[in-house]
Design a protein around this ligand. Structure first.
Ligand SMILES: NC(=O)c1ccc[n+]([C@@H]2O[C@H](COP(=O)([O-])OP(=O)(O)OC[C@H]3O[C@@H](n4cnc5c(N)ncnc54)[C@H](OP(=O)(O)O)[C@@H]3O)[C@@H](O)[C@H]2O)c1
Length: 253
């Protein structure tokens, strides 16, 4: 890949023990970066570090704990790129059935934790470094029942643009995946999950859902290209507006 390259760069991936984040860490390490991954489950972090072929360290940290995030970065030292992929499944309903107190939690990890990571992490980012956040297609292609998911995703996209101005010359971008086969869907039964992937696949020109390694390439591109900032890169197959993915109304990423 052209650009600044990742050789000898230090890349920090919060949410890097699984799915898209782990693939970002693996691909960055394979291109010569030294990676630091963090997530809340110590065993998963350890296992993920062992699966990375290259220079990798890991730390267990709950990124929704602001103090823990501040301490993590104060001890980490300088680095080049911050990637935020921490996320959990959202339980969502039609607006009439949405408990607004519970709905507030949807912003904890995706918005407030991402903001804390940027607040405490950005002072340690070296010249020509970058930040890549994660949003989702719900922001641009909402379906009925996705009011909260769409709000969270739209917020991250607005945050990305605002941070690009606030933190310049550090570049700040986001990746917006469609449905991807990862642990995020693990709270569904295996059969139900496969039915979901199949029904989504049928609505997409490529005939299948995304894989984490495919989405990860967008993060690697954004870290290295050196020019774009404030942008959200959508990685999904085109689909018509009203025949979107058949994700159960109670679950959205
Ligand atoms: N998969 C999709 O279809 C899809 C579609 C659109 C957007 N996205 C977004 O992409 C991002 C990555 O998701 P993924 O699909 O790669 O899911 P994943 O495989 O479940 O990865 C989520 C990561 O977040 C970490 N995490 C969860 N809670 C955390 C916490 N409190 N503190 C620190 N780390 C935490 C998890 O590790 P621990 O469990 O160890 O904490 C894991 O490493 C998420 O923001 C998700 O919403 C995914």
């Amino acid at each position: 890949m052209q650009g600044n390259g990742l050789q000898n760069k230090r890349v920090v991936v919060l949410g890097g023990s699984s799915g898209i984040g782990l693939e970002v860490a693996k691909q960055a390490a394979s291109q010569g970066a030294s990676v630091v991954i963090a997530s809340s489950n110590p065993e998963r972090v350890q296992k993920a570090v062992a699966s990375i072929d290259g220079e990798a360290q890991g730390q267990a940290i709950d990124v929704s704990d602001e103090r823990a995030v501040a301490t993590f970065f104060s001890k980490l030292g300088a680095f080049d790129h911050l990637v935020f992929t921490a996320g959990d499944s959202l339980h969502l309903h039609d607006l009439a059935a949405t408990d607004l107190q519970q709905a507030r939690h949807a912003f904890e990890l995706r918005y407030w934790a991402a903001l804390a990571a940027v607040k405490y992490g950005s002072p340690h980012i070296r010249k020509e470094g970058s930040i890549v956040l994660t949003t989702g297609i719900a922001g641009q292609r909402p379906r009925k029942g996705w009011v909260i998911a769409a709000s969270v995703c739209g917020t991250i996209e607005a945050l990305t643009r605002a941070l690009a101005v606030e933190l310049a010359p550090i570049r700040v971008n986001a990746v917006s995946p469609g449905v991807v086969r990862t642990n995020l869907w693990q709270n569904m039964g295996a059969a139900e999950r496969e039915r979901l992937y199949e029904s989504v696949a049928k609505s997409l020109p490529v005939g299948r859902v995304g894989e984490a390694h495919e989405i990860a390439q967008a993060y690697l591109f954004l870290m290295q290209e050196g020019f774009g900032t404030g942008q959200t890169v959508v990685v999904m197959a085109a689909q018509s507006w009203f025949s979107g993915p058949v994700v159960p109304d109670w679950l959205m990423v």
